[in-house]
Write a protein that binds this ligand. Structure first.
Ligand code: AHG
Ligand code: MN
Ligand code: MN
Length: 354
């Protein structure tokens, strides 16, 4: 018997398939104002970048010149891969003549890239890591792209983009694209965190999980333990605690996006602490740590440097690095407790020897 009051299965499926990213932005903002139109168009462009990158990645092993290193070293001092360059250019290309974004700042460019034809009206800046987890590319393991959207403040007449050096609270949106077994786009514009899956037959990102909440605690700890002897004693104590207690399991893919994505859904903590020689660690604040911290907070989780909320950190420069501890609230707090205890012991020892 068909119940006339209940929608049919195919109506459910049709409605689900029509929940595209741009429609979702309008739903979130409950408006068709000019601002809503802009944000929707902006997310659509980011989605296009994701589709272009996913398309190249899916065939990279069959294409000449898609994989491997370029031989260049970027501003971070890291060897650049051909896919880093391609993905960096994709983001620039999709925003040309969009009227949306005047400046783009990326891991792969020393200074922000200006699109002069957009600048009179483009009120947004896009910060991005075009390929996160580059070391995974040549072996066909998951990689991602990370992005943050900030409102441009002032005219930036001297072209220094100094207004970008503000805390992560200034982000008006953030997200990532995960190139895994399927391509997913996860984003927030300050109203929860939502995941979309690319349906290759439609060429569209379709809503797959709405309002994701990170469990308050989870079993996963995700860290490169190869750095164990370079860490501060507090981090080492935390890892020893993980080893000695039941209920924890290690997962580390070499791509922050993939590791964070798992934790977003299943709970736990990702760490990239500083080392004794490099106290700021490896990850970059403006286009890696801060966007993911924004998502973590929106999903009920936390992100910390160990002593400060990531979203409170004031960058001193565009490519600033920061230690990162991110994920379930209780697990981030547990890591911090080991760092606090170590700081207390250090101070006590210093007082005794005075
Ligand atoms: P990127 O490829 O953008 O330089 O980022 C790599 C980052 C991050 O994705 C990952 O979590 C971490 O570097 C892995 O570093 P290690 O190899 O030092 O563990
Ligand atoms: Mn990265
Ligand atoms: Mn990168």
């Amino acid at each position: 018997m068909v119940d006339a009051d209940q929608p049919l299965d195919h109506e459910f499926a049709l409605d689900r398939d029509c929940t595209t990213l741009s429609r979702h932005v309008f739903q979130q903002l409950q408006s068709f104002s000019a601002d809503a139109q802009d944000l929707s168009a902006l997310m659509n462009r980011i989605a296009l970048a994701g589709k272009l990158i996913a398309r190249r990645l899916s065939r990279a092993g069959l294409m000449a010149g898609a994989l491997g290193f370029t031989g260049e070293v970027n501003v971070q001092g890291e060897s650049v891969k051909k896919m880093d360059v391609y993905a960096n250019e994709v983001f620039i290309s999709v925003f040309k003549q969009s009227g949306l974004v005047c400046r783009l700042a990326s891991e792969e460019m020393e200074n922000p890239y200006y699109i002069p034809e957009n600048c009179p009206i483009g009120r947004y800046t896009l910060l991005y890591d075009p390929i996160d987890g580059s070391s995974n590319i040549d072996t066909n393991i998951n990689v991602g792209s990370i992005f943050a959207i900030r409102q441009q403040e002032g005219e930036d007449l001297d072209g220094t983009a100094a207004d970008l050096l503000q805390a992560g609270h200034k982000q008006i949106g953030a997200g990532y694209i995960l190139y895994g077994p399927s391509t997913m786009l996860v984003y927030s514009i300050g109203r929860g965190v939502h995941a979309f899956t690319l349906d290759p037959s439609l060429g569209e990102f379709i809503l797959s999980t709405e309002n994701i909440q990170i469990p308050a605690h989870g079993p996963i700890y995700s860290v490169n333990e190869g750095n164990f002897w370079q860490w501060d004693e507090g981090i080492r104590d935390y890892i020893r605690y993980m080893h000695r207690h039941e209920g924890y399991t290690a997962r580390y893919s070499g791509a922050l996006v993939g590791d964070f994505h798992r934790i977003l859904f299943q709970g736990g903590v990702f760490l990239y602490p500083g080392t004794v020689k490099k106290p700021e660690g490896k990850l970059r604040l403006l286009y890696e740590s801060a966007p993911l911290a924004y998502l973590a907070k929106q999903a009920g989780g936390r992100a910390s440097t160990g002593t400060e909320e990531i979203l409170d950190v004031l960058p001193g420069k565009l490519h600033q690095r920061t230690p990162l501890i991110i994920g379930s609230k209780e697990d981030v707090t547990l890591v911090e407790s080991f760092l606090k205890e170590q700081a207390r012991v250090r101070e006590e020892t210093a007082n005794v020897s005075r």
